[in-house]
Design a binder for this molecule. Structure first.
Ligand SMILES: [Zn+2]
Length: 380
C-alpha cells in the first residue's frame, strides 16, 4: 500500500499537483489561474474546478485514476478515485449482487433493445456495474458506443466518446450524432437533462440497447425522475427493462472482526435474520486500525414486469409501484445490506447508512418480514 501511495504521489506530481493527500498553500491568485509546472514537481494553481485522469502501472497492472481538483480558500482540494482498468472487469456474477439480481441482470443486458438504468450517488460503483455488463456483451459483431464525462474505464473494441461542454458536445447532442451511426448498444454516462432523457428513451424504443445512470435514492425513484424529465409514462414502461440501485458499504477486515455483541442492534432486525453470524469491526495493523478493508456493493433491482408497466401506465405513485415490486420479489437495498451483515461481510453499523434520509421516500421497516411467496429472493 505504501508503494501504491508513493506511486500515486509520483503520478500526482507528473500531472503537476501539489503533494497528494495534502493541500497546497494558498497564495495570491490574482494572476495564477494557471501557472506553468516547474521542473522537479512544481504545481499548477487553479481557481476553477478541474477534472482529469491518468494511468499508472502497479505490480504489472494498469490502474486508472480519476482526478478532481476543486479550489478552496486554503488551496486546491484534490480527490483521486482509483478505477480498475477495463481488462480487470470480472463477470456479472462477481459483482456481489444477490443471486437473483445477478441472474436477471445478466439476462437483461443481453436483450436486443430497451433501457437499463443504474442509480446511486457518486462513488457507489455504478460505473463498474455498467462496464461489467458491457464487457459481458462486448463481441465483435456488436457495435457499442459510449458517451461519457469523463471516459472512466477503457474497454477494447468499444467506441468511447468524451463529452465536451466547452465546444457544445453535450450528452444530448453527442447522443443524437451517435444514433445516426445506428449502434447496437449505447451507454450514456448520465441522464441529467430533459433532452438526454427523451433521446435516450426514444433510442431504447427504436431498437437500441441503452445503458445509463440517474441520480435517485432508489430504483423506484427513477420512474418519477424520468417523468420529471418529461418522458411520457407509455414511453417509460415500454423502454425500461430494469433499474438497479446500489451503494457501497465498507467490508469488514477478516483479520480482526469479532462477533457482534451489541444486542440492541438486533432488536429491529427481521426475525429470520437474528440468527445470522453478525460481526463487528475491531482494528488491526492489516486494516490500519479501521476494522474495514475494501468495500462491498449492496443492490436492489426493479424489474419492469407487466404489473409494474400497468402501474406506470396508470400514473400510480411510487408507493404503489414499490408495493407491486415487493410483491413480485424485489428485495430492498437495505435488506441486501442486512443479509450481507448477517454473513459477516459488513457490520450492522454500516448498513445503517442504507436507511432512507428523506421523509418522502420511506423504505420498508427493518422489521418487515421478507416476501414469503418467493423465498429465492433472499438467497443473497
Ligand atoms: Zn483488521
Amino acid at each position: 500500500m505504501t508503494k501504491l501511495l508513493s506511486g500515486l504521489c509520483a503520478a500526482a506530481l507528473v500531472v503537476g499537483l501539489a503533494g497528494a493527500g495534502g493541500v497546497a498553500p494558498a497564495q495570491d491568485k490574482k494572476d495564477t489561474k494557471k501557472s506553468a509546472p516547474g521542473k522537479g514537481g512544481g504545481t499548477i494553481e487553479v481557481n476553477e474546478s478541474k477534472d482529469g485522469k491518468f494511468r499508472f502501472t502497479y505490480r504489472d497492472q494498469a490502474v486508472d485514476v480519476r482526478l478532481s481538483v476543486v479550489p478552496t480558500i486554503h488551496g486546491e482540494n484534490v480527490v483521486m478515485r482509483l478505477l480498475r482498468a477495463g481488462t480487470q472487469l470480472g463477470p456479472i456474477e462477481g459483482l456481489g449482487m444477490p443471486d437473483v439480481v445477478a441472474r436477471d441482470y445478466a439476462q437483461l443486458v443481453r436483450r436486443p433493445h430497451g433501457m437499463i438504468l443504474v442509480t446511486g450517488p457518486t462513488g457507489s460503483g455504478k460505473t463498474t456495474t455498467l462496464y461489467t455488463a458491457l464487457a459481458a456483451i462486448n463481441t465483435p459483431d456488436r457495435n457499442i458506443i459510449t458517451i461519457e464525462d469523463p471516459v472512466e474505464i477503457r474497454l477494447p473494441m468499444i467506441r468511447q466518446v468524451q463529452v465536451n461542454h466547452e465546444i457544445g458536445l453535450s450528452f444530448a447532442s453527442t447522443l443524437r450524432s451517435v444514433l445516426r451511426q445506428d449502434p447496437d448498444v449505447v451507454l450514456v454516462g448520465e441522464i441529467r437533462d430533459q433532452d438526454t432523457a427523451k433521446i435516450a428513451v426514444q433510442a431504447a424504443l427504436t431498437g437500441h440497447l441503452v445503458f445509463s445512470t440517474l441520480h435517485t435514492n432508489d430504483a423506484v425513484g427513477s420512474i418519477a425522475r424520468l417523468r420529471d424529465f418529461g418522458v411520457p409514462s407509455f414511453a417509460v414502461n415500454n423502454a425500461l427493462l430494469c433499474v438497479v440501485a446500489q451503494r457501497l458499504v465498507r467490508r469488514l477486515c477478516t483479520s480482526c472482526c469479532t462477533p457482534e455483541l451489541d444486542s440492541s442492534l438486533f432488536d429491529s432486525l427481521p426475525p429470520h435474520l437474528r440468527s445470522g453470524s453478525f460481526k463487528a469491526p475491531q482494528g488491526c495493523a492489516i486494516c490500519k486500525s479501521t476494522g474495514y478493508k475494501g468495500r462491498v456493493g449492496v443492490y436492489e433491482m426493479l424489474r419492469v414486469t407487466r404489473r409494474v408497466q400497468a402501474a406506470i401506465e396508470s400514473e400510480e405513485n411510487r408507493d404503489v409501484i414499490q408495493r407491486i415490486a415487493a410483491e413480485q420479489g424485489m428485495q430492498p437495498m437495505l435488506m441486501d445490506g442486512l443479509l450481507k451483515a448477517s454473513r459477516g461481510l459488513t457490520s450492522l453499523a454500516e448498513t445503517a447508512r442504507l436507511r432512507p434520509i428523506s421523509d418522502e421516500e420511506p423504505s420498508p421497516s427493518l422489521a418487515q418480514p421478507a416476501p414469503t411467496d418467493q423465498p429465492g429472493r433472499i438467497a443473497a
